[in-house]
Design a protein around this ligand. Sequence first.
Ligand code: NAD
Length: 512
Amino acid sequence: FAADDAVIARGPAVLAREAFSAMGLDFPLTRKGELTVRTPVDGSQIGTMTPETAASTKAAIENAVSAFQQWRAVPAPIRGELIRRFGNLCREHKEALSCLVTLDCGKTLDEARGEVQEVIDICDFAVGLSRQLHGLSIATERPNHRMAETWHPLGVFAQISAFNFPVAVWSWGTMIALTCGNAAIWKPSEKSLLSASACAGLLARACADFPQAPKHLHQILVGGGDVGAQLAADPRVALISATGSTKMGRSVSSTVAARLGRSILELGGNNAAIITPSANRDLVLRGVTFSAAGTSGQRCTSMRRLIVHESVHDELVAQLKRAFGQLRVGNPLEPGVHAGPLIDLPAMDMFNAALDQARAEGGVVHGGQRLLAEEYPDAAYLAPALVEMPSQTPIVHTETFGPILYVMRYRDIEEAIAMNNAVPQGLSSAIFTDNMREAELFTSSLGSDCGIANVNIGTSGAEIGGAFGGEKETGGGRASGSDTWKAYMRRATNTINYSTDLPLAQGVRFDA
Ligand code: NAD
């Protein structure tokens, strides 16, 4: 399967069918479902799907509970073998999966390939992890005793994912959760069901060929926020990982907290870069343009704020205006395109409303006009917008999911760091500097308050090895990488007495 020009010319609906058939999977879309599946590439309808009911969601949770009871008994390195097989299927079908990612969310094919590569990389990570789920041995105060910490699977894991990373975010959580011995349920975004269905189909194939994998080890539930809310409310869901807007996170978090459950929240970002006088200008131009305009500003880590030293502000704004103007916005299936469309027309309305508010708050907008409206009247292609702001006004404090970069001035580094930290979100941040003191200050406890703090690279494009997530309204969760596997397991402290005495801790005496 290759998404060559001839295939592209046949249109999204044919391309979607061909991708499924190349993977040997049944096409999951029908004509009679209540949920319409569209592609942002041209706004056309690809088909429909039938959403879950409350009863079918409940049954899926019950099935997951029984799958968990079997899967937890399978040794972790054997569980890892299942993940290895799934990773290999993704390698084999990388091109077809990437094509579906592009059709789902409108990111360029090159970025879609990067996203599928992330799924493959997480599988490799999880396979290694399957032999590294280690606890501690702890010194005990009692003679002839041993104290240890052991880690056990939690139960049913549910993943709610957003449209903008339709498969990577799922793999961050689910590959780790399955390796840790949990059964998994996936509620993908209702806006990106093609690549989700394909990934679930490939994982189902890997499970079917793996005798130790119980039935219903992984289930996909099609539907909207109501299905996600039901998962959040059910006490049999031991851990729920929710990626999406802060509004959704508030709802999931309060529901899960009310039943004292566990959640991992990966919510909105409002990511800034500080540009200091010593910054390498070439790095700045490349790093800022990719982070702000790549994926049409629809990454949680997209750069939305630029805090520029007053001595370099005007020159940099002129250079960025030129760089933004040279970007090729167009059909994301075509080679050489830098950015595709927004997810849908309502997202374009929000983009325009944000620019109107920025103007009303004293901003000067460059770019931001609609593109390709005649060719694609039902799709939202936009020129990225650079907006000079007098200060961080209310609109600058909000996340607008589109290519808007607000530019502000600063005088000294402490002021710049305070501006970086002044917004409610705390996902990603960056500083561009050749000054060691500024770089170290920014990454110190007095610096950026975000989960990601970079030096001389943009805010987006994280690697899977590091823990990913953010603070404040971003939710505080870490989904994958580093030692985040601990969030997917429960910890037990075991004290084992191998003597014939019964000494009590803290020297307490209880002589009967
Ligand atoms: P969204 O909040 O509209 O939807 C995300 C998911 O939540 C969907 O599957 C949706 O059906 C579900 N959902 C909606 N309401 C729900 C409810 N009340 N209970 C349970 N589930 C519910 O977000 P979106 O538009 O798909 O994605 C964009 C947002 O996601 C942005 O804010 C972006 O920053 C964020 N995001 C964050 C990360 C991260 O790692 N921090 C990664 C990707 C996207």
